[in-house]
Every structure is written in C-alpha cells, then in structure tokens.
Ligand binder design. Structure first.
Ligand code: DWN
Length: 392
C-alpha cells in the first residue's frame, strides 16, 4: 500500500528550458508517496521517458570538476577491483565516466541522442536507446555477455523498475557485477533536500528499498559506499546470490541499521519530513523577501533541476531573483522552467554587482565557494536552503 506524504504542487519538466517565457508552461502535480511494503519512495505522476529524455536534453555530467573527479576515482577502482573485459554504462550522458576507459572495453547507453553523439564522436560506442529488455536482447546477441554494468543517476529515472532489472539480469554474466549510484533517501531526509524530487526523479532509493527490488531477480547488495556527490548518494555494489566470490560487507549491514534507526521504514518519518519542507518554504520566502525589501540584488547560481522544484514550489520569480547563471551551453539564454527568470552564461565578472547568490547547485557548494573567492572577499554572500534556509 502506498500513502502520500508530500505535495510539491504543479511542477514543469525540470530540464525543459525554453527560449521564450510562457506562463502556460506545461506542469504536472508532484506528489510523493511511501510504499509500506517495498519501502520505496516514488512520485505519483510518471511522465513517459520519451517526453523527458529527448534529443535536446541539456544536462551534462562533466560540467563540474567534482563529478569528473568522482568518475575518475571510480574508474580506477573498477579496473583494480573487478577488471571487466567488457563493461556497459546505462545513462552514459556526455561520457564523464566512460571516457576514462579503453574505447574497446566499454559501451554506453544514452537515449538523449544529442549526448550520445558527443561520445560516439569521440569513438566510444554509444547506443542512443532507452534501457529495456529488447535492447538487452540485442546487445546479448552482439556481445554475448557483459561482466560489469554501471549506472549513475539513471535507474531512478526509469518508471518500470522490473523491466530495468530484468534487462540487466538478461545481459550480465553469471559472475557479473552491477554498480549503481543514486541520491540517498536518508541524506535527502536528513538534509531536508525536498528538491531531490522532480519529475525525472521517479524514485529515491534507500538500501531498504533496493534490497527489496532486486531480490526477485536473484541479486543482492554486497557492498556500498556513501558519497558526497549530488547532495549525498549511495553507490551500491550488486552481485548474483549464487556468486560466492564476494562476501556481504559490514557496510551494508551498518547502512541498513542507520536507515532503520532514522525510521525510513515508517510513515511517521515522512510525515515529519513534509512538515519540515513547509517550514523551509516559508523561511526561504521570508529570507529572500527581507533581502529584496532592502534593495539587495539576488541572483541564482546553477540552473539545476533541483532549483526548478524550489522556485515552483515556493513561487519565486524574477521579482526576487534577477537571473540565474550557469555553465551548461544548452541552458544559456533560456528561462528557468516554469518561472520568468532568465539564465545567463557564466563569466568570472557575472557576480560583480551582485549582493547575494542563491545556490541552485548547493551540492557543489565547496567547488563554487572556491571558484568565487573574489565575490566572497568583497562581501558577497551565498544563500542556501539546505538544510535550512540561511545566508552562508
Ligand atoms: O539526476 C540528475 C542529476 C544527476 O543531474 C538529473 N535528473 C538532472 C541533474 O540534476 P541537477 O540539474 O540538479 O544537477 P546538478 O549536477 O546539481 O547541476 C549543476 C548545475 O550547475 C549544472 O547546470 C552546471 C551548473 N554549474 C555551474 O554553472 N557552475 C555547476 C558548477 C559546479 C559550477 O561551478
């Protein structure tokens, strides 16, 4: 049984950046549910992948040094620990991970053809298809077996999880390893980062729910890592139960203990979270309005999908935030989805006349603070809403 715990109102597609502002931007009600049985947290209205992940998808994984470094570190670990003959990445985006591997030993799957084109051009074989069983069958006929499948921030974007794991099960070799990483539900609740919910994030995973989803396919989590990326993520290392080469690490048991202690298995925890989300909304609106009434110039830093949730939920527009700045080519000179706030190309002088910068990309706080030392030195300040709205 599923029960709703949060309603984030009407939200546009988080990566639908339009060149012309319209107050009729298509929006969908964003309600979040907890499933008592599987412990899975999901959004109610699931938008078809084909509407969200198009040949104009703007997000690029390699736009931040933090992510580039994280992928470089992981690629070294994969080679050392598993040394796969052939590996596959589901959702390879612009190749931030696969470009660290030998071109002959890695295959990318990326349904957004504008992104798949980038890696294909560089010589990394990339299929511009959605991940599903027919593709897995086609790949099995061509490559026989794959001994490592990796996927970051992608499986939570696919509505039919049974099809996802059935397809992985079909293609992965008997002793093959599956590594997935996605934002951690526990961290989301701890940090009150309700902006992890938007139409692309159909699910927010925990060890408790992943364990339940994969067991029907004979898979189990044998190790995990808590990561700082994307506001706190978990990297799950998964194998078939029949593979006795790897023992279940203590880290898996510890994480389950932590999740249970926090109450991820109880509805009351989610109810409490929803109260904190409402408080956060009021506090952020109050803080920004007070600064604006003192004629302060506020801009947004990082036109993230997360910021789209915040702006639309808190009803913040260009009467409060003058503009956003971002480095992603396909977001420049467009509008924040659902709001009349323009996005300008980042340059090192863009913060010159700015008093406050709201961190849309709060997950890259350290990277950004380092980059914007000049802004901070002359008295400029960042604003964040994580874990509570404040000036930092
Ligand atoms: O799951 C998803 C995650 C991984 O990425 C996707 N569904 C969509 C996307 O979510 P997001 O937009 O919230 O992701 P990021 O990685 O937090 O986006 C950072 C944004 O900030 C990018 O547009 C790049 C920009 N940026 C910038 O302009 N200057 C980032 C840094 C570090 C900077 O210095």
């Amino acid at each position: 049984m599923k029960k709703q715990f949060l309603d984030l109102g009407y939200q546009p597609l988080a990566n639908e950046f339009l060149s012309k502002y319209t107050n009729k931007h298509k929006k969908y009600r964003l309600k979040i549910f907890f499933d008592y049985k599987s412990k899975l947290v999901s959004i109610s209205k699931k938008i078809p992948s084909k509407e969200m992940f198009t040949n104009k998808y703007p997000y690029r994984s390699s736009m931040s040094k933090t992510m580039q470094l994280s992928f470089l570190k992981l690629s070294k670990e994969i080679l050392k620990r598993f040394n796969p003959i052939l590996m596959l990445e589901i959702g390879s985006n612009d190749g931030a991970l696969i470009s660290n591997f030998n071109k002959k030993k890695v295959i990318g799957i990326e349904p957004c053809s504008n992104l798949a084109k980038i890696t294909n051009k560089k010589g990394f074989k990339t299929y511009d298809n959605y991940w599903e069983i027919n593709l897995a069958k086609k790949l099995k006929r061509k490559y026989k077996e794959i001994d490592l499948i990796y996927s970051a921030n992608t499986l939570t974007h696919i509505s039919d999880l049974k099809n996802v794991f059935k397809s992985i099960n079909h293609l992965l070799s008997t002793n093959g390893i599956l590594i997935i990483e996605d934002p951690s539900l526990l961290e989301c609740l701890k940090k009150n980062s309700y902006d992890q919910f938007y139409n692309e994030h159909i699910y927010l995973f925990s060890v408790l729910s992943v364990k339940n989803i994969i067991k029907e396919f004979g898979f189990e989590i044998f190790d995990l890592k808590n990561l700082n990326t994307h506001g706190g993520s978990i990297r799950y290392y998964i194998k078939r139960k029949s593979n006795k080469k790897f023992k279940i690490s203590e880290r898996v048991k510890q994480q389950i203990k932590k999740e249970l202690k926090f109450g991820l298995d109880k509805f009351s925890t989610y109810h409490k979270f929803s109260i904190n989300v409402k408080k956060s909304k009021n506090k952020l609106i109050g803080l920004l309005s007070r600064l604006k009434s003192r004629n302060k110039k506020i801009i947004g830093y990082g036109a993230t999908a997360k910021a789209v949730t915040v702006l639309n939920y808190c009803n913040i527009d260009n009467s409060i935030i003058d503009f956003f700045t971002d480095t992603t080519p396909d977001k420049i000179n467009k509008y924040m989805p659902g709001k009349k706030i323009k996005i300008y190309k980042y340059n090192k002088n863009i913060l010159n006349k700015v008093d406050f910068a709201f961190l849309g990309a709060w997950n890259f706080k350290y990277e950004i603070k380092k980059k914007e030392k000049r802004f901070l030195d002359r008295g400029g300040k960042f604003i964040t809403h994580i874990p509570i709205p404040k000036i930092i």
